[in-house]
Design a protein around this ligand. Sequence first.
Ligand code: DX5
Ligand code: ZN
Length: 217
Amino acid sequence: HPSCKIGPSILCADLSCLADECSKLMTAGADYLHLDVMDGHFVPNLTFGHPIVKCLRPKLPNVYFDMHMMVQNPEAWVESMADAGANQYTFHVEATNDAPALCRKIQEAGMRVGVALKPGTPVDIIVPYSELFDVALIMTVEPGFGGQRFMDDMMSKVQFLRTNFPHLDIEVDGGVGPSTIDQCAEAGANMIVSGTAITGAADPAQVISRLRSSVEN
Ligand code: DX5
Ligand code: ZN
C-alpha cells in the first residue's frame, strides 16, 4: 500500500506559539501537520479556524496542512480554508447530508478531499462515492479531545478499506503512539496522526523516529 506518513496533531501543543510549535515538529521529522478545527457544536470543544491557518501558511510555506474539520455545516468553510492555504479538507460524514456534493466542492476548491468517520459510523456508507475522495479518516477515539485511549476495534474499518481500495489514503486519528501504531500499519493505514504521544513527550523527535521505524521495514 502507499508509503506511511506521520502527521502530528498540534491540538495539545502550546497554541500561544503555534508557528514555532509547528516548525519544531517539522524539524523533528514530521511529514505533514494535522490541524484540528472544532466548533463547539459538532464536538464539545473549541480550537481555531481559517484565520489562524492563514497566518500560519506564510511561516510554513511548504508544509502540508491536513485540516480535520470537526464542525457542523462543513460546507461553510471550504473556500476560506482553500484561501488560507489548506492542502487537505477532511469533513465528517455525520455533519452533512450531501457528502458527494461536498467532496466535489472541496476538489473544485483545489484541496485534497478527506472523509472522516466517528467510531460509531459504519464504514460502508462511504463506499458508494469512493471515487470522490482521496483520504478516509478513521477515528480511533470519539472526536473532541486529545489524549484519549485508542479503540482497536476500529481496525476492522481500516482493513475493509485497504482490502477494497488498495490505492486509497487511509488515515487514523486518536490515541496513536508507539504502542498502537503497529496495529494501524498492519491494518493498512498509511497516514498516521499522533498528538499527545508526540507533543507531550520530552523528545518529540525521538517519538517520531520510533513511529517511523515501526512503519518502515
Ligand atoms: C481528536 C483529534 C485528534 C487528537 C489526537 O478529536 O481529532 O487529532 O488531537 O490526539 P491524540 O493522539 O492525543 O489522541
Ligand atoms: Zn484530528
